[in-house]
Ligand binder design. Structure first.
Ligand code: NAD
Length: 239
């Protein structure tokens, strides 16, 4: 699993409560270790490691570590991603970086993870896309394009590996209530009004609600769900 941040921590906690052994990987080893520490009493076994998902060798090393430590990979939650403030200004550098991390990074992760899963003839991958991977963003071209790419990759991999025992799905959250979102809304009352106006349910998603959807899609309970980009958005993309 690729984790870090509030959503990653909520997912790690939920997977641990379901009895999973975990590999927690993040660009920041500190973040991965902090998550591991926070849930250490919930999981049978946790291994933390550093990974840069834009570097295929680094991603391969993460999956090799998983193979050495656990000898298998039942499911993967590809949750790492970036959302750059400069993207709002239509900056090409922000566009390129968004594509590199969110789209290429997800492709590299799925490629490496699938090798272990294909060898076992079984596996489930869930990518964290976004509601902006289903509908366009009013503000961020790079974020929206890269998350549409994640949805496209999800569907293509789902078809490619369907007969080989691997399911691939995506969760597509609208804005999630994290400390970062809270800080941004505190600085900009307009942003708060904007985000709330986009939510039919009048609130943001919680990290736990995203984690629940990812957990379900990863699990055998969703055994015939494949190639889905599941909105976790309180009805935002229904409009
Ligand atoms: N927070 C929201 O409102 C929201 C809404 C929809 C989708 N998402 C998606 O959910 C995921 C998690 O978001 P979050 O809000 O918890 O963000 P976050 O910034 O708290 O966590 C993202 C994590 O990804 C890691 N990361 C960034 N670049 C990396 C790289 N090159 N290699 C490895 N790790 C890297 C970061 O270190 C960080 O720990 C992202 O993919 C994001 O796009 C978030």
């Amino acid at each position: 699993m690729i984790l870090g941040g509030e959503i990653g921590r909520a997912a790690a906690s939920l997977f641990a409560q379901e009895g999973a052994s975990l590999i927690l990987a993040d660009l920041s080893l500190e973040a991965a270790e902090a998550t591991a520490h926070a849930i250490s009493d919930q999981s049978q076994r946790i291994v933390s490691t550093q990974v840069d998902i834009t570097d295929i060798e680094s991603v391969d090393a993460m999956v090799d570590l998983c193979a050495r430590e656990f000898n298998r990979l039942d499911c993967a939650f590809n949750n790492a991603g970036i959302n750059l403030a400069a993207d709002v200004e239509w900056e090409l550098e922000a566009f390129d970086r968004s594509m590199t991390v969110n789209a290429n990074g997800t492709m590299y992760c799925m490629t490496a993870e699938s090798k272990l899963m294909l060898a076992a003839g079984k596996g489930s991958i869930v990518n964290n896309a976004s509601a902006n991977g289903i509908v366009g963003s009013t503000r961020q071209p790079g974020y929206s394009a890269s998350k549409h790419a994640v949805v496209g990759l999800t569907k293509t991999a789902a078809i490619r590996w369907a007969k080989l025992g691997i399911r691939v799905n995506a969760v597509c959250p609208s804005s999630v209530q994290t400390p970062m979102t809270e800080r941004s809304m505190a600085l900009s009352p307009e942003l708060r009004t904007h985000l709330m106006s986009m939510s039919p349910m009048g609130r943001l998603a919680t990290p736990d609600e995203v984690a629940e959807a990812a957990m379900w899609l990863c699990s055998d309970r969703a055994s015939f769900i494949n190639g889905v980009a599941l909105p976790v958005d309180g009805g935002f993309t229904a409009g």
